[in-house]
Structures are given as C-alpha cells and as structure tokens.
Design a protein around this ligand. Structure first.
Ligand SMILES: Nc1ncnc2c1ncn2[C@@H]1O[C@H](COP(=O)(O)OP(=O)(O)OP(=O)(O)O)[C@@H](O)[C@H]1O
Ligand SMILES: [Mg+2]
Length: 359
C-alpha cells in the first residue's frame, strides 16, 4: 500500500527534554494507526507535528509525498479531534457542522446537502437545531467528527476522542467511527490509553515509550509477538516464565523452565544457553484437575475471581503466581487444590531476558 503520511527522523525537544527521539513512521493510505503508550511518552506531541501545531527540531513530515515542515495547520488539511468536544457552544449542530463550508462561501443548497449526509452518517438526523449543551457526550463527539470530516479531508487525527464517554458508549462510538473511516477510506491517526480500543480499531499500532516507538505492528503482532517486556506488559495481561534456552535450530526452541522443558516454534535472536523469558497470556493456559504430558506444569490454585464469562485463576507454580483465564467456567463453581496447567504451546512467545523489568 502506498504511504500517505511519513515521519522521517523526527526529533522534538522542549528545552533539554527530548519528547520525540528520532521517530520514523510510515502510514499507508486509508489505514487506521493507533499510538499507544503511557502518559508523557510523546503521543500528542507526535500528532501535533503532523497537524502543524508544533515544529520538530530535526526531521521531516510528509503528507502524500509533500514536505509539510513550516506549513501552518490550515494548509495541511489534518483536522484534529480532542477529548474535549470543542464545539462552538452558541451555534446549533447544523451551524457547527457547516462552519467550514460557510467560511468557504459554499452555496446554501450544497451546505444543506452535505450537512444532511454527515448527520445521517453519524446518526444525528433530527438534532440539527439543538445546541451542544442539549446533546449527550456521545452526540457531541459525533458532531465533532462530522465537523472534522465535512470538508472531505483525507486525514483525521484523533487524540483520545472517546475518553470522556462511559464504557458502553465508547464501544458504540468506536465501532461507528471505525466503520465510517473504512467506508470513506480516511487515513486516521488515533491516540488512546485504552488497549481494547487500540486492538479493536487499528490496522497498525505503534507502541511508544519515552519519545520512541518500541514496536510497530498489527494488533496480532503487538499482542502475541511483542518485541520486549514493556510492550508485552503494556498491552494486556501477561505471565513471564524465566528460563534458559536449551536448544534452538532457528525454528523450534526448547526452553528449560524449572527443569521442565517447553518446546515451541519461534523466530528470535537467541542462542542456546541464553537466559530468556517465556511469555504466555492468561487465556493461552487452562487448569485441569489432572493430566500428564508435554506443555504442562503443576500448580496449586491460590485464589480465583469469577467474572461470569470467565474465571481468572491465580495459580502458584514454581515460586510465581500465574494468571490463568478459563473462558468456560463450570456451572457450579471453581476448581481448587493441586492442578495441572496446560499450556497452548504454539502461542508461547519468548523474549530476551533484559534483567530487571523496565519502568
Ligand atoms: N509545550 C511543552 N513544553 C514542555 N514540555 C512539554 C510540552 N508539551 C509536551 N511536553 C512534554 O513532552 C512529553 C510528551 O508529552 P505528550 O503530551 O506528547 O505526552 P502524551 O503521550 O500525549 O501523554 P498523555 O497520554 O498524558 O496525553 C511530556 O513529558 C510533556 O511534559
Ligand atoms: Mg496526550
């Protein structure tokens, strides 16, 4: 796919603090890219370099092959929607959405037609005469999206646009937003703290930390094949089993974990004798009262929490507590006592042991 947005070696400093550290990132046309990372890692700053609200000290920003450095925001056509809806409070929904068209002196009939299209697309039909304070949070945010897209922009920047909404509404609006982005083939750059949102909406996720991109990949890569502990930990719940590589032929690896060999296929830069960490997600294990054979460990249930659709078990195993999610809880209760933990071997992933866990 053709690259539409490109950051090339972008560095941004605030005095001697490096907020973006030599970032390079290519975004294909029509894709939905999410920046995910802890507070202060540079997500908003990166987006502002693209929108033109801030200029990098070094590096270049391109849109559709054109260098954007130095261009003011209104010449970049990169509308930005924030967490605060930022609607004009004294204007109706119709006036808010059509504001850009009015500035351009678009004739009334065309304005009416395009606003009607937007109202329909964002499920706002009938609300055009209301003022923002007469709308729910979800409706206000939909008006903000409609206002951002009415000029036919090809790029949409979204900085935590759903974080003021309650959990159920977030899911609803994110699904709508994703459908509209796909239908209109808009290239979207999205910032969130919410990993579910990132996994469910994105074509590509960039996990950021301290002004750098730690990993760029599909939701599947990020979730199942994180490049390090930081990414593994940041996205989802994870167990780490420390071990030593016993054998590796470039395809199949055996890791010794407390004298228990775990054999699985993997592609990593590790050699026999290296210390490593086997990563396993809670849903990639099951607990059973019995069992024997490969890919099993022995443990004892310490605790559990029943959540209806699954049970989360805390299982003591070789001086660690493993988190195991059973997605098919029994009708009458949890299991207890000594158990066998069955590992879904193809889903194991191995990481280099970097010593202490990163902050
Ligand atoms: N105008 C500024 N002057 C000085 N420092 C700034 C400025 N803007 C951002 N920073 C610093 O740059 C770093 C990155 O900020 P940024 O707003 O990009 O983080 P973020 O990843 O968006 O975080 P959050 O998830 O909390 O929104 C932070 O340490 C922040 O304090
Ligand atoms: Mg931010």
């Amino acid at each position: 796919m053709e690259n539409f947005i490109e950051f090339r070696n972008v560095t941004k400093c605030f005095d001697d603090f490096v907020a973006l550290d030599n970032i390079s990132l290519c975004i294909p046309k029509g894709s939905f890219v999410t920046l995910l990372g802890p507070s202060g890692c540079g997500k908003t700053t990166l987006m502002r370099q693209l929108a033109g609200f801030s200029e990098p000290e070094e590096g270049d920003v391109f849109i559709d092959g054109q260098r954007m450095n130095g261009l003011p925001p209104f010449k970049r056509n990169t509308p930005l929607v924030f967490q605060e809806y930022a609607l004009f409070p004294h204007m109706t929904v119709y006036e808010n959405i059509s504001y850009g068209l009015k500035l351009q002196k678009t004739p009334k009939e065309e304005r009416d037609r395009r606003v009607a299209e937007m109202l329909e697309m964002f499920n706002l039909t009938g609300l055009e005469k209301r003022f923002p304070k007469q709308l729910s949070g979800g409706q206000q945010q939909r008006v903000a999206f409609a206002r951002a897209l009415i000029m036919g922009q090809e790029i949409l920047l979204l900085d935590e646009p759903l974080s003021n909404l309650d959990a159920k509404l977030r899911v609803e609006v994110r699904t709508e937003l994703r459908q509209i982005q796909q239908r209109l083939q808009i290239t979207a750059m999205y910032v969130t703290h919410d990993q579910d949102e990132a996994l469910s909406m994105s074509d590509i996720i960039a996990v950021m930390r301290k002004g750098r991109i730690e990993q760029l990949g599909t939701p599947w890569d990020i979730y199942f094949r994180p490049v390090n502990r930081f990414v593994a930990d940041f996205v989802g719940t994870v167990n780490f089993l420390p071990g030593v590589v016993q054998s590796y032929n470039g395809k199949t690896m055996t890791v010794g974990y407390h004298n228990q060999p775990l054999t699985f296929d993997t592609k990593v830069n590790l050699d026999e004798g290296d210390r490593c960490i086997v990563m396993v997600r809670p849903e990639c294990m099951t607990v059973r009262e019995e069992g024997s054979g490969e890919g099993q460990l022995t443990g004892e249930i310490e605790n559990y929490s029943f959540l209806g659709r699954y049970i989360r078990y805390f299982v003591r195993c070789n001086n660690h507590t493993l988190i195991v999610d059973d997605s098919n809880p029994g009708l009458t209760g949890a299991i207890s006592g000594k158990v066998r933990i069955h590992l879904d071997l193809p889903k194991l992933h191995v990481l280099k042991d970097e010593g202490n866990a990163p902050d």
